[in-house]
Design a binder for this molecule. Sequence first.
Ligand SMILES: Cc1cc2nc3c(=O)[nH]c(=O)nc-3n(C[C@H](O)[C@H](O)[C@H](O)COP(=O)(O)OP(=O)(O)OC[C@H]3O[C@@H](n4cnc5c(N)ncnc54)[C@H](O)[C@@H]3O)c2cc1C
Length: 607
Amino acid sequence: MQTHQFDAIIVGAGGAGLMAALYASQGGANVAVVSKLYPTRSHTGAALGGIGAALGNLDEDKPLWHAYDTVKGGDYLADQDAVKVLSEEAIDAVIELEHMGLPFDRTPDGRISQRRFGGHTSNFGEKAVRRACNAADRTGHMILQTLYQQCIKNNVRFFDEYHVVDLLMNQGRAVGIVAIQLGTGEFHVFQAKAMLFATGGWGRVWQITSNAHSLTGDGTAILFRRGVPLQDMEFFQFHPTGLYGLGVLLTEGIRGEGGVLLNRNGERFMERYAPSIKDLASRDVVSRAIYMEIREGRGIQGKNYVHLDIRPETVNRYLAEAGESRRIDDAYVAKNLAETLDVCRTYVGVDPLKDPMPVHPTAHYAMGGIPTNVDAEVVIDENQTVLPGLYAAGECACVSCHGANRLGTNSLVDLVVFGRRGGKAIAEFVKHADFTPLPDNPTGEIEAEFERLRSSKGKTRPGELRHMMQQTMMDDVGVFRIEEGMEQGIEKVRDMRERYQNDLHIDDQGHTFNTDLMEAWELGCLLDLAQVTAKSALQRKESRGAHSREDYKKRDDENWMVHTLVSTTHEEAYPKGTLDLNVNLNKKVNTSLADEDPRFLPKERVY
Ligand SMILES: Cc1cc2nc3c(=O)[nH]c(=O)nc-3n(C[C@H](O)[C@H](O)[C@H](O)COP(=O)(O)OP(=O)(O)OC[C@H]3O[C@@H](n4cnc5c(N)ncnc54)[C@H](O)[C@@H]3O)c2cc1C
């Protein structure tokens, strides 16, 4: 076992982690980033469409309008203090990325270009606004490259391909982490005054997902096992346009550029569900609309998908109908949606310039996660009590600026805004804090769990169990939910956890790059998060944002303007037998913007 010591450890090298590392190091802290992937392979690199900021370069725009859209899009569950920070600091953060060298697309007069995106409007819902700043459809890739270069320049230490598996606590503080070096299988202890988790999402809980193979919610599960409650886990976003059968994401930017959704009759069905902004309604609304069309037999050839059409002739027809002067052609699509063309041609042999694309909803984004305040400090109860030394930012965190449903382009904003705030807060914290001693035998518990996994000689392979969990969650805790289904889902996941503990089979006994073993451990994280998600969903007896119940179809602001907090009741990180969960519904939604402006009060969402 090797031990390292840094002022601050950042777990995860996606947009949130790198932004935090950059700012903590600029503030004078000695920083290391520990990442299971090589940094530029993080999922942030797959983000396509853009990053939202009310720059007003092409249409008049204001942060308050951005805030309004975010609160409305989140179905009024977002904490409005966090939304205010998000929408105001987005502007500065984007300009800062530009100054770091990010090659944004340009307007003819050289300013950052902007495009439309779902749910983003001007003047409190009046009409769609161009707010998404983009670098072709490779925005996340560019953010990641830019931030990585800046971190290197700023002497941030990188531990790449180190898989973090535990959080160390002592005297009520976070004091370090444990990681496995993938190349050797060796355990490393990192002691730090402060640590920030930025480990991304867990779309791999579901069968059809846009998320990379690595998105298994490790950081979220680790903190949960160490006693941190998880917030609003019932809210997991299904993106409307995953490529049929695969779930690979087709960016909302396609609809932003004028693309339309069509059913088997060639009908632009979103006109019925969202008469005002149609295909650009928020994602929960569009995903449900697609499901309804499919259920009612209007999927293409009666199958479970619809068409997304970006062919210039279709788009231009609708643009003309809407009285717009703008027209597009093949060259325009090829330039602005290059990745989309590539993905469709490669994966399903469809050329979007010649044929419409087959799409259906795909599990995409975790609105819930590790609860934090606006400085990315982890909080552990309804009174926002801070756990000293522990921070979280990005998709794994829940600050909560997205509420019950995130708007497109707001995740990238979240990463840079709250990653930066976390980095700054850490730089201040480590100036005054001392190192707290590590607990005795810091790797004892986690090494025992890995030994148990490595020597498992049961009958069930991790891949088989993972598949069962993904199918169950898709069926029982997917786009539409109902009590009996969720109860059944919880039972099934419980059984799977039981098999995970007693009947697993691991082939590879080795130490170097034992992906068999690491994937088995990741499956444990997924199972815990699946159980917390299902439990949270069962508790919330209303429909709001991405959480849509067939037995409680209405949003209930009287009783449910609260966040869900679920924690484990076990002392040990890996309890034997079933997992017992405690639900706390006392955390009220922050409505500070509504206190000053009644337009921020909850009302029916009309698009
Ligand atoms: C296909 C796709 C397209 C998207 N497009 C957009 C878009 O256009 N606009 C937008 O706003 N959002 C978009 N999103 C969402 C957005 O990209 C993500 O929410 C965001 O990038 C998450 O960033 P992150 O920094 O939190 O984590 P990630 O970028 O996912 O990075 C996670 C990091 O954590 C590390 N890690 C995880 N577990 C461990 C562990 N156990 N030990 C060590 N390291 C670990 C990984 O190595 C990685 O470096 C998209 C998402 C997808 C999947």
